[in-house]
Design a binder for this molecule. Structure first.
Ligand SMILES: [Zn+2]
Ligand SMILES: [Zn+2]
Length: 389
């Protein structure tokens, strides 16, 4: 291991720093490198330990003065022993609790894994819908699986007629004080899962889980204009919590399938529309079908170029919560004919002559007609209907 860093340097404070400066600085580092926020990150874990060790010494007047005079050697009496010699109670809950609660629970909920009845988990479901449905809005009937309170034991987990007993490990408190690294931390009791009670005679229906998986059919109302990534949340419709605690939430994450013809660009829709050479040159009315099946007439100007974009205002996706509708952007594609009738062939050649443009020779017979030529004469004599009766 590398040479131990100076404790003041570790906490990023001056040697003249007072108690509150040291506390503030440690708090900042502990928040940054706390294992809960850096799962599996070794470097963060080392930094957290280092900062905690420095704080242990500098927050204690006696140890700090020892350290100031003699450095690490003066306070590091229990080298290699995990610091057991001078472990004090760093009340992380007190120091960080409020902040951690705020960071992890979105506020209001207090501690991260507080003791007592736990609320139910959120149920998250992906909901695939078509682009047309996103444009119109849609009601979807969805059957979900979620945890409900076991009816047989009334959610207690105990066999009907029996009662859960007080947890011996925590004395029914639901929490235990533990020595973690260099400090004492209050955590939920693992023996009883923070419940304070233990089921000795479990319910046969839920095997003591208090909950069973049940099905529920729910109608989800999807408003017009939704997009992939939008979430629709139903509070209190998720998994059942412990007795006395609320249910989790039910959340649908919307995913809009791609459309074969229309592409979404924010609230606008984009599509391509083919026109013939004659239409492009001469202009004329065209009729464009929108995503929701409306037919919109448009007067194509003379001389429209391939890839020109025309805008059909208000024929895009609806805006959210009644905001402005998007537009339909139609890219014109001049469709070059790939097979010409003899008549078309003749007219195009006349046109080329007028334009004095060089054009290719008349096409040779296609491979298909060559194949026909190859097989037809051989087959003809064997065909029964051609045989004289
Ligand atoms: Zn039960
Ligand atoms: Zn317990």
């Amino acid at each position: 291991m590398a040479k131990k860093r100076d404790y003041y340097e570790v906490l990023g404070v001056e040697v003249t720093a007072d108690e509150s400066q040291i506390k503030v600085s440690y708090r900042r580092l502990a928040l940054q490198f706390h294992p809960d926020r850096n799962a599996g990150d070794e470097a963060a874990s080392v930094k957290f330990k280092e900062a905690t060790e420095a704080y242990e010494v500098l927050a204690d007047k006696e140890k700090r003065s020892l350290y100031d005079r003699g450095g690490h050697a003066a306070v590091d009496g229990s080298r290699g022993g995990g610091g057991g010699g001078y472990a004090q109670t760093v009340d992380l809950g007190d120091l960080l609790g409020g902040l951690f609660g705020g960071l992890f629970d979105g506020g209001g909920g207090g501690g991260r894994r507080k003791a007592g009845p736990q609320p139910g988990r959120d149920v998250q479901i992906v909901l695939d819908i078509e682009l047309v449905e996103a444009a119109r809005g849609v009601k979807k009937t969805v059957t979900i699986q979620r945890e409900d309170h076991c009816e047989k034991c009334n959610g207690t987990g105990a066999k009907p007629g029996t009662k859960p007993t007080n947890c011996k490990r925590c004395g029914g408190q639901g929490v235990v004080i533990q020595q973690q690294m260099f400090m004492r931390v209050q955590t939920a009791c693992r023996a009883c899962n923070g419940q304070g009670v233990i089921v000795t005679d479990p319910c046969t229906q839920c095997r003591g889980n208090c909950r069973v998986v049940g099905k529920r059919t729910i109608e989800v109302e999807i408003p017009p204009g939704v997009d992939t990534g939008d979430r629709i949340r139903y509070q209190g419709q998720g998994d059942a919590g412990d007795a006395g605690a609320p249910r989790g939430d039910l959340e649908f994450a919307v995913r809009v399938r791609e459309h074969k013809f229309f592409e979404r660009d924010g609230t606008n829709l984009v599509c391509q529309w083919p026109v013939t050479f004659a239409q492009a040159a001469l202009g004329g009315p065209i009729e464009i079908r929108t995503l929701v099946g409306e037919k919109v007439k448009y007067e194509l100007p003379r001389g429209v170029q391939s890839h020109d974009v025309i805008k059909l205002a208000g024929h895009g996706m609806p805006g959210r919560r009644g905001s402005r509708k998007g537009d339909l952007m139609v890219q014109i594609l001049v469709d070059t004919p790939q097979r010409l009738s003899p008549e078309q062939e003749k007219l195009f050649r006349e046109l080329a002559e007028l334009e004095k443009s060089d054009v290719g020779p008349l096409p040779k017979k296609s491979i298909f007609s060559k194949l026909k030529d190859l097989f037809v004469p051989e087959e003809t004599p064997t065909k029964p209907e051609n045989e004289p009766k």
